[in-house]
Design a protein around this ligand. Structure first.
Ligand SMILES: Cc1cc2nc3c(=O)[nH]c(=O)nc-3n(C[C@H](O)[C@H](O)[C@H](O)COP(=O)(O)OP(=O)(O)OC[C@H]3O[C@@H](n4cnc5c(N)ncnc54)[C@H](O)[C@@H]3O)c2cc1C
Length: 393
């Protein structure tokens, strides 16, 4: 491939996983090129609920490993990115008709504190009745208890950009807009074709990392010879930003319709509510909230915050949707695993590593796992930095 870029690691996707793996690979001393078709964090990494959290509700589905790892990452990110990740107080109101009962909350929050190692943000308890009036107009009718606990909030796009900058400072070459077209596997390397600035270009890499988020299965199908692609399901999640002042706290409420957990939170001086889970089969670049999702979220908001019930009170100032990639399977997406799936074309000296699904919160842990999986394909290098020492801003 004359004129081709020659690198150790070629990464497709400028979302949090592409950014994280680029940073980790460059820190380990490898040459890295990252291709992004639109802009940094153009996909799910700017359309999340913006939480750096253990995921209290994942305890209900027994995902203890994921919760513990996420809480550990929360602690690390609070240390590495204090300007981007902030600890917040979350409130969980319990009404007479709430499905999750107080004892379940007490058990869940105790376990959450335990899995966090009783570190920063492990404190939880109940809000005294005398203080309920200060809870952003939360409906008091039938209210029995209000639990509080802590988790963190971030700006997902800013976080992704900060990780990309960190990688670039270590030598990552980012090409944007640059769109992956196809790849051809060789004995111990991979030839990647992409378009950049309107021209066809090539890259020769020891490993191709497919971090294309909701596009990852399409990308994997453009590799020859064919590589295994797991059965996946794409689920869209929508958020509404209301034309209303930001609440003081974050509320973890239960949808009265189906019991799903919904967050009501401050976002850039406004109130944001999300999210939904709707099966998605279209073009990931065109995902947008559906009328049914908007109706559902407004219903939850009005149910818990009576001030939005009067005519014209619930004005939407913006909305967005993102796509989760989940392992395929039976049952509702809400109960499906949130673990990140890492698949290689072969176990020894992989030439392609694909990342499917996952959480914003666990990007460092996933990046470390990805590096371990591709280590046998890379030449030994002297690390130039430790990612757990690289502050992000
Ligand atoms: C609604 C919703 C709420 C969520 N809330 C949270 C939360 O609160 N906390 C949490 O921890 N996690 C949350 N998540 C999960 C988290 O947002 C995602 O797991 C994470 O952002 C995925 O990042 P990624 O890098 O894998 O993919 P993406 O961010 O989607 O990045 C993929 C990138 O690849 C690029 N790309 C695709 N194809 C090509 C190509 N051919 N050539 C070049 N570039 C290409 C795209 O443009 C895109 O920028 C949420 C997810 C959703 C959908």
């Amino acid at each position: 491939m004359s004129g081709a870029i020659d690198v150790a690691v070629a990464i497709v996707g400028g979302g949090i996983h592409g950014a994280g793996i680029a940073q980790a690979a460059a820190a380990a001393g490898h040459s890295v090129v990252l291709l992004e078709q639109t802009a940094a964090a153009a996909g799910s990494s700017s359309r999340s609920s913006k939480l750096i959290h253990g995921g209290l509700r994942y305890l209900e589905t027994g995902q203890f490993h994921l919760v513990r790892e996420s809480l550990h990452e929360r602690t690390t990110l609070l240390r590495l990115a204090p300007g981007l990740v902030r600890l917040r107080r979350f409130y969980v109101p319990i009404y007479s008709q709430t499905r999750r009962r107080p004892w379940q909350l007490t058990v869940g929050l105790s376990l959450y504190a335990l899995l966090s190692g009783f570190g920063r943000g492990a404190g939880f308890g109940t809000v005294p009745r005398s203080q309920w009036k200060s809870l952003d107009g939360l409906d008091q009718d039938g209210l029995q208890h209000v639990f509080f606990y802590h988790d963190a909030q971030t700006d997902d796009r800013a976080m992704t950009e900060a990780v990309l900058r960190s990688g670039q400072q270590l030598g990552v070459r980012m090409l944007c807009p640059a769109q992956f077209r196809n790849a051809c596997l060789r004995e111990d390397s991979v030839d990647v074709s992409f378009t950049c600035s309107g021209s066809e270009q090539q890259c020769h890499a020891r490993v191709l990392v497919n971090a294309a988020g909701p596009w990852a299965d399409r990308l994997a199908r453009n590799i020859t010879p064919a590589i295994p692609v797991p059965t996946l399901e794409c689920v869209q999640g929508s958020h509404l930003i209301m034309d209303s002042a930001a609440p003081q706290g974050l509320y973890y409420v239960e949808s009265p319709r189906d019991g799903r957990a919904i967050f009501v939170m401050p976002w850039h001086e406004k109130l944001m509510i999300g999210t939904t889970e709707t099966r998605f089969r279209g073009d990931p670049g065109k995902v947008a909230p559906t009328p049914a999702e908007i109706h559902y979220l407004l219903g939850v908001l009005k149910h818990y915050f009576p001030r939005f019930r009067s005519d014209g009170a619930a004005q939407i100032s913006a909305s967005f949707a993102g796509i989760r990639v989940l392992p395929g399977g039976a049952g509702h997406a809400f109960h499906r695993s949130r673990e990140t799936l890492l698949t290689a074309d072969r176990s020894d000296r992989p030439r392609v590593l694909s990342i499917y699904g996952g959480k914003l919160t666990t990007w460092r842990a996933v990046s470390a796992r990805a590096m371990a999986l591709i280590a046998s394909s890379l030449l030994k290098r002297t690390p130039v930095a430790r990612t757990d020492h690289l502050s992000l801003s």
